[in-house]
Design a protein around this ligand. Structure first.
Ligand code: FAD
Length: 509
């Protein structure tokens, strides 16, 4: 008999989950899984979450969403990485402090590992992300990662997207419904449990009793099923990651054809950092800060100062969150996804990636035979490991800073705020760079390339002088750095401006 899934919540998490499951679990076939999404028209979606990581391309492609429909429907633009400004040292107008986290994994024209040569100074004092890929120069010039002629989701340069979160949910919803997902607009008022503590039914205010074989909680921070009904506890990581508030403002462009950056700008502030994202029609900005270190009014002032006169008279939104997650995200017949399962913080844009990973794992562990317990155990293990690794990766950005201008930055270096695992890695990386040995390819969103970009972007020193005499390709490395520099020059003339590409996609597909 075919299985049924009831997803409660229709934000980014609910609709990505619905569309992905519909495709992977054959919602359209008689033996496939039937999927219903219940979403409340009284409780809105969070509506932030404008930045993504490249795995989003694989997810959207699997769902069968046309890239042109995404760009047109979700005000979307291309994101090639993150430019971090002011993270390393105290603010100094004389000395701009920035580094880039590109999505490109670096030179792929040779088997030679260039990092040891860079660490030994073969490229002089040019930053790692600058010598290792062409992407930083392309992004600095506000250029696109691809040509209009490149197929859906493919490009010479790795990329993700920026988009309007509300519009994205609508675009994905449309696709999910094409795939056969049913939509019910209703508010779930009650969740009934059976004697074993599993969900027996949910009660819709208008629809009455709804039942399914598996329930998915996508109700956002409310966690109506997994938290309120099933009591799965939330584990806070606020002792490591202090930011718990954001104030956000949307700023229209001065000119309709204003250049659009193809990266997120992340600019450190006294008590957190500001995201600055360019969509087609506007910028999205937000100051992420710690309420223990900064008042809401002071945060708003900081954001308005960053934006300048354009911020005058624009409305703002305050958002609260807490870094952490539920260690039991799948309990009995209920799986949490999206904000109901956890949230670390907006830095590096991992929120939607966790949804993508969770639904991928769920499809692989779908309890066809009714063995919920074993599937749940594996799911919880995979997701907990992933969350823990991301906590460390995010903390890396903060704990390596040498800023001394506020308690926020001092506190971020306190050993008690850094996990033992991260401390152990940092110790090892004093004498060898992060490698594949430090990541778990089946558990990590961020591979060794990302760890290297942040570590060396932040000015960390790895002393490999003991190895210097055991490296044989100094001339080859020098040549490869030069090749990448020349490829950058070629790329700069080959790809269009980011604005031009987006306008072309919108106009002509
Ligand atoms: P929501 O958007 O809150 O949706 C909840 C849904 O549940 C809604 O449809 C609501 O109507 C429904 N609902 C709730 N209760 C009921 C009920 N009782 N009955 C019926 N329906 C109900 N992620 C990124 O990937 N990149 C980013 O750059 C990023 N930036 C962020 C910045 C901030 C400040 C914050 C707080 C988060 C950010 N995130 C980011 C996370 C991202 O916003 C979320 O992962 C994403 O929006 C998914 O949200 P959701 O669908 O889980 O919840």
């Amino acid at each position: 008999m075919s299985k049924s899934v009831l997803i409660v919540g229709g934000g980014t998490a609910g609709w990505i989950c619905a569309a992905y499951m519909a495709q992977m679990l054959a919602c359209d076939l008689p033996g496939g899984v039937s999927i219903t999404v219940v979403e409340s028209d009284e409780i809105g979606i969070l509506g932030v979450g404008e930045g993504t990581f490249p795995i989003i391309r694989r997810t959207l492609e699997r769902i069968g969403l046309d890239e042109t429909d995404l760009i047109r429907g979700a005000d979307a633009t291309f994101k090639q990485g993150i430019r971090f400004q002011g993270w390393k040292d105290n603010p100094n107008p004389e000395n701009e402090d920035w580094y880039f986290h590109p999505f490109q994994v670096g030179s792929q024209h040779t088997d030679m590992d260039l990092l040891p040569y860079w660490l030994l100074g073969v490229a002089g004092d040019i930053p790692w992300a600058t010598v290792n890929t062409v992407q930083e120069r392309v992004v600095d010039a506000k250029l696109a990662p691809k040509l209009i002629t490149h197929p859906n989701y493919a490009a010479p340069l790795n990329y993700a997207y920026h988009f309007d979160a509300v519009k994205l949910a609508e675009v994905v919803r449309h696709r999910a419904m094409e795939l056969g997902v049913k939509r019910v607009i209703d508010t779930v008022d009650d969740v009934r449990l059976d004697e074993q503590g599993a969900i027996a039914s949910v009660q819709g205010r208008a629809s009455g009793t709804m039942t399914a074989d598996l329930y998915i909680d996508c109700t956002g921070f409310r966690a109506r099923l997994i938290g309120q009904a099933l009591g799965s506890e939330f584990t806070s990581y606020r002792d490591q990651l202090f930011c718990n508030r954001a104030v956000a403002i949307r700023v229209p462009y001065d000119l309709p054809d204003a250049p659009i950056p193809s990266c997120t700008y992340s600019t450190a502030q006294e008590n957190g950092w500001i995201w600055d994202i360019g969509l087609q029609s506007r910028r999205g900005l937000g100051y992420v800060y710690s309420s223990d270190h900064c008042s809401d009014d002071a945060a708003l002032e900081t954001l308005q100062r960053y934006i300048g006169p354009a911020a005058r008279d624009l409305p703002h939104r305050l958002l609260s969150f807490e870094a952490g997650f539920r260690k039991v995200q799948w309990r009995k017949n209920c799986v949490a996804m999206g904000l109901s399962s956890g949230f670390i913080e907006p830095l590096e844009a991992t929120g939607i990636s966790f949804v993508e990973i969770a639904v991928l794992i769920l499809c692989n562990l779908f309890p066809w035979s009714g063995d919920y317990e074993r599937s749940a155990e594996q799911f919880n293990m995979h997701m907990t490991t992933r969350y823990n690794h991301v906590v460390d990766f995010i903390k890396l950005h903060y704990c390596l800073s040498e800023r001394t201008d506020t308690d926020f930055w001092h506190d971020n270096r306190a050993p008690s705020s850094i996990s033992d695992k991260l401390k152990g890695k940092l110790e090892q990386w004093r004498y060898r760079p992060p490698s594949f040995l430090d990541v778990d390819t089946s558990h990590d969103i961020f591979d060794e390339n990302s760890w290297q970009y942040i570590l060396y972007g932040m000015g960390f020193k790895t002393d490999i002088s003991a190895r210097a005499g055991a490296l044989r390709y100094y001339d080859g490395a020098r040549q490869e750095f030069e090749n990448i520099r020349q490829q950058s020059a070629n790329a700069m003339t080959a790809v269009p401006s980011h604005r031009a590409l987006v306008s072309e996609v919108v106009a002509n597909g």
